[in-house]
Ligand binder design. Structure first.
Ligand code: ZN
Length: 412
């Protein structure tokens, strides 16, 4: 955050603060904005006049409820068409772009499939072309876009826009200056950011759970890969090299040779808890339960994590044994996160977030056995299912681009 006390920066800071407060609600009277912004009503009214002149904010008439003195207050709302942002997800199998308006509504999403884009120049040409098409399809110009956030897989130096180390099999080489290469293709656009897909996915938590905005939260998404992000009062923390958050590659079982991780190592967290990895372990454990229907389904390649959680929640001993083993890996990961980041809240999202009581209890049991920590009274551990979070990194990226524009006064 810009700390300069220059009057111009204070004015910009307060204007953007008012927009941020308003964008979190349908509409609001000046008195409520003033209370939330810790500004006087007179100051807020002046800011609202300036923002209305700039067409960033609009008056939507009088509210129903009455303020002191019986007057119905004038309500203000962010003008959703004032500015837009773009969030892009570059994956090995597809490219997806989301256009978001100033009130966080997804206006449009476009997706094109591709297979492991081999050539970085050609891939970025395609990305730039898709961005321009999305903008022109909606009758917009680069001036209407306040930021573009591009998510890639791998270790990324976001401040320099450099893909340090592609983790997945996109062969773009190490230390590829993706940000600079995109700028040269999109020179008429402002504020292009490149970052790790997982960070954008985690940032989207603040869209569905704004109560985390002033907290230190470590978010973990587990799918085929595991991604994490430390959000410190809504600021993404990346570390010196961009490694912070790459918890999927924390070594949990160094001697495990059952499945090699995408990073080339063995025993990484993500290579133990993905759907496929759990199936391997279920088959191994299932040797003691050959007649269990879930075990049979696993052996036939027909069982997946939701089936495991359902059976565990219904009391299946076989399922509970598998769940407890996987919960032990989570407990080790949580211990590592606590020791390295020490957040207020750890959130487990996605398929494990919606696993239910059996998994949750198994993780809490396993964590309570870990030295030093009592997470019931200190760091809280929260589980959020896929239905209650945004699972598309391009939406998180578009939201991040908007928030970054509003949180940094030097960037207007
Ligand atoms: Zn790994």
């Amino acid at each position: 955050m810009e700390t300069s006390r220059k009057p111009r920066n204070i004015k910009l800071h307060n204007e953007k603060l008012v927009i941020r407060i308003l964008s979190g609600a349908e509409s609001m009277p000046a008195s409520e904005i003033a209370a939330k912004a810790n500004l006087s009503i007179t100051s807020v009214m002046k800011i609202l006049v300036a923002l209305q002149n700039a067409k960033a904010v609009k008056s939507i008439g009088k509210g129903c409820s009455t303020e002191e003195g019986g007057k119905r207050p004038e309500l203000f709302a962010v003008n959703e068409e004032y500015l837009y942002s773009l969030g892009c997800l570059v994956d090995t199998a597809f490219l997806r772009i989301t256009l978001m308006d100033f009130r966080h509504n997804v206006v449009d999403t476009a997706e094109r499939s591709w297979d492991h884009p081999q050539n970085v120049e050609a891939a970025l040409d395609a990305l730039a072309g898709s961005i321009r098409k999305m903008v022109s399809d909606h009758g917009l110009t680069p001036e209407n876009i306040c930021g573009i956030a591009v998510g890639l897989n791998g270790i990324i130096d976001a401040d320099k826009g450099i893909l340090r180390h592609p983790v997945l099999d996109i062969p773009w080489g190490k230390n590829t200056p993706v940000g600079e290469m995109l700028h040269s293709r999109l020179h008429d656009f402002h504020h292009i950011r490149v970052d790790n897909t997982g960070r954008y996915l985690s940032y989207a938590l603040l869209l569905t759970h704004p109560e985390y905005a002033d907290k230190t939260v470590f978010s973990i998404f587990v799918g085929t890969h595991t991604v994490g992000c430390l959000l410190d009062k809504s600021e993404m923390q990346r570390g010196y090299n961009g490694f912070l958050g790459e918890v999927g590659h924390m070594t949990i079982l160094p001697g495990y040779r059952g499945r090699r991780c995408s990073c080339g190592s063995y025993g990484c967290f993500e290579s133990l808890v993905s759907d496929e990895a759990v199936a391997d372990q279920a088959k191994e454990i299932g040797k003691d339960w050959p007649d269990d229907p879930l075990c049979k389904a696993y052996c036939a390649g027909e069982a997946h994590l939701p089936d495991l959680f359902k059976a565990a929640n219904e009391g299946s001993e076989f399922a509970l044994t598998v769940v407890r083993k996987v919960a032990g890996y989570f407990a080790q990961l949580i211990r590592n996160v606590l020791l390295s980041c020490d957040p207020q809240i750890i959130v487990i999202n996605g398929v494990y977030g919606g696993a239910g009581e059996a998994f949750r209890n198994a993780v809490l049991d396993a964590v309570s056995d870990i030295a030093f920590f009592d997470i019931d009274t200190r760091t809280s551990l929260e589980f959020i299912s896929s239905e209650n979070v945004i699972t598309k990194a391009d939406i998180g990226a578009a939201f991040y681009a908007l928030e970054r524009y509003l949180r940094h006064t030097e960037e207007i």
